[in-house]
Design a binder for this molecule. Structure first.
Ligand code: ADP
Length: 160
């Protein structure tokens, strides 16, 4: 059985993330979405809130699991006996950061491979942070956030 892990902040999950998860779920027997802590980012939702958002959005995908992560991504992958990491590339700006992460992971854990899935053009501009920014000013983010969680995300953001 081929297992892959999709690590990220998912603060919150967007339809761009969903597209990567759906495509990965066809490529691998099991996809574990891991909610990690990125020290470079200030988050709006707790890891548990983010987990619930992803679970509600991925209900139709029977081979997708969601876990709350801690520490280094490669350590979590090793703990879960996974040696494939999935990451998404939206545009050239993502490339340098992703390359640095993938290369440092390769140095630390040579048996773990990072597989990149290229974003669909219609999602290549989309990020959790742009969605939150638009929502903060009352803009419509219904095209950016999965239907299953859209209203909840907006309500929770109002209270933050
Ligand atoms: P991180 O803090 O680890 O970068 P993110 O939630 O921002 O977490 O992103 C997780 C992964 O998903 C990254 O590889 C990122 O490039 C990718 N990603 C984010 N948004 C999109 C999108 N719209 N289309 C494709 N990939 C995306």
């Amino acid at each position: 059985m081929t297992k892959a892990m999709y690590p990220g902040s998912f603060d919150p999950i967007t339809v761009g993330h969903m597209d990567i998860i759906e495509r990965a779920s066809k490529l691998f027997d099991e996809v574990v979405v891991a909610i990690m802590i990125n020290p470079k980012k200030t988050v709006s939702f707790t890891q548990l809130e983010r987990k619930e958002f992803i679970e509600k959005s991925c209900k139709h995908l029977k081979n997708v699991k969601v876990v709350i992560g801690h520490g280094l991504t490669i350590q979590l992958a090793q703990e879960l006996d996974i040696n494939i990491l999935i990451r998404g590339i939206r545009a050239v700006v993502d490339y340098e950061y992703e390359l640095q992460q993938a290369t440092s992971n390769m140095m630390l854990a040579p048996n773990i491979e990072t597989v990149f899935l290229v974003s669909k053009p219609e999602y290549s501009f989309l990020s959790s942070s742009i969605s939150k920014e638009i929502a903060t000013y009352g803009g419509d983010i219904s095209k950016f956030i999965p239907d299953a969680i859209h209203n909840e995300v907006i309500e929770k953001l109002k209270k933050k």
